[in-house]
Design a protein around this ligand. Structure first.
Ligand SMILES: [Fe+2]
Ligand SMILES: [Fe+2]
Length: 341
């Protein structure tokens, strides 16, 4: 028996404790704090996050659901080709940006696919990121230093975690890194190129200050892309003198950054954990399991994995497409000296 989009939305209302938008008044009333504008103040490039149904019909039937992190035209094509009728995207969705340069309405309408998004309204519902990295947070501050979105967790390591090496081992096991590395190697062999990297294996856990044997007990867990500064680190160390390690996840700091220098100065180890490419495991997979538990057994749920591959331009494509690219560039794109004006 198929479910309806309405059933999935109801499930998400329950999962999030009522954070989901269910009527249009919620968008403009200011009552739902998870309806937020994301803006760098670049004209025309902001987006409003709408936790809930972004496109589609509440009464539409759902047989197969795809959970994705970021919607792209590749996701839309894959969904249409494999019978997915509802996509649940974690990151906010905007016209054209997430639908191959055309409107969501035209593209999704063509294939009869509905879209639900669930971003900030999903954050903070579970302690997954700490757990994956081997600690339990006893303090969670989502506006450290008074800056909204600047997140600091302070945690004690879980049983069995004694060193920085233990954190890396745990992470590699949970992220199935051995298999991912084999997979990457296959790609290099098939292309006959050793200079191929991908977003899953190129950004693994890494110790920036310390060694695999360095002891760890109290962790300052930060997310550098949310605006955490060396001054914040100094403040956090003062508030938690027992802290011995900085753990950076989702994004990371460069080895020669001021933040890493500050950690060294304060006598703290510095370890980078999972990057954003792995968020599908941290948030997408638990969300998929939760949705599944609310729906009839025969509703299929799939995960659309993001894996971006970097290939030197000389190595990508068949010989005929390489010839094509060279021909088009030469004859249509490259302006010869003397052609101008
Ligand atoms: Fe997220
Ligand atoms: Fe994210």
């Amino acid at each position: 028996m198929p479910a309806k989009v309405r059933d999935v939305l109801k499930a998400l209302v329950d999962i999030t404790g009522g954070r989901v938008v269910i009527c249009t008044e919620d968008l403009f009333s200011g009552r739902n704090p998870f309806v937020v504008m994301k803006s760098s103040n670049i004209p025309g490039k902001s987006v409003m996050e709408i936790p809930g149904l972004v496109f589609g019909d509440l009464e539409a039937k759902v047989n197969k659901i795809a959970v994705v992190m970021t919607l792209t035209e590749s996701c839309i094509e894959l969904a249409a080709a494999t019978g997915v009728d509802l996509i649940v995207a974690h990151h906010p969705v905007a016209d054209a940006a997430n639908s191959g340069g055309v409107t969501l309405k035209n593209y999704l309408g063509l294939y009869g696919i509905s879209i639900i998004e669930l971003h900030e309204a999903f954050h903070g519902l579970h302690p997954g990121i700490s757990y994956i990295h081997g600690h339990r947070a006893f303090r969670v501050d989502i506006k450290y230093g008074g800056i909204p979105g600047n997140i600091l967790y302070v945690g004690k390591v879980l049983e069995g975690i004694k060193t920085l090496g233990d954190i890396l081992d745990r992470l590699n096991k949970m992220m199935d890194m051995e298999r991912e590395m084999k997979f990457s190697e296959c790609e290099r062999i098939l292309y006959g190129c050793s200079d191929i990297s991908d977003s899953v294996t190129a950004v693994q856990g890494e110790i920036l200050v310390g060694t695999p044997e360095t002891r760890v007990s109290t962790v300052l867990h930060i997310f550098p892309h949310t605006g955490f500064t060396p001054e914040h680190l100094e403040m956090a160390k003062k508030e938690h003198p027992e802290a011995d390690t900085v753990l950076a996840t989702i994004s990371r700091s460069r080895k020669d950054s001021d933040l890493v220098a500050k950690a060294k100065e304060l006598g703290l180890s510095f370890i980078c954990g999972n990057c954003h490419s792995m968020e599908i495991f941290e948030n997408g997979l638990p969300l998929a399991y939760a949705i599944k538990s609310y729906l009839p057994e025969d509703i299929k749920i799939v995960i659309f994995r993001e894996k971006i591959t970097s290939i030197p331009v000389e190595h990508i494509g068949s010989s005929s497409i390489k010839e094509y690219a060279a021909y088009i560039a030469e004859n249509y794109l490259i302006r010869k000296r003397g052609d101008e004006g």
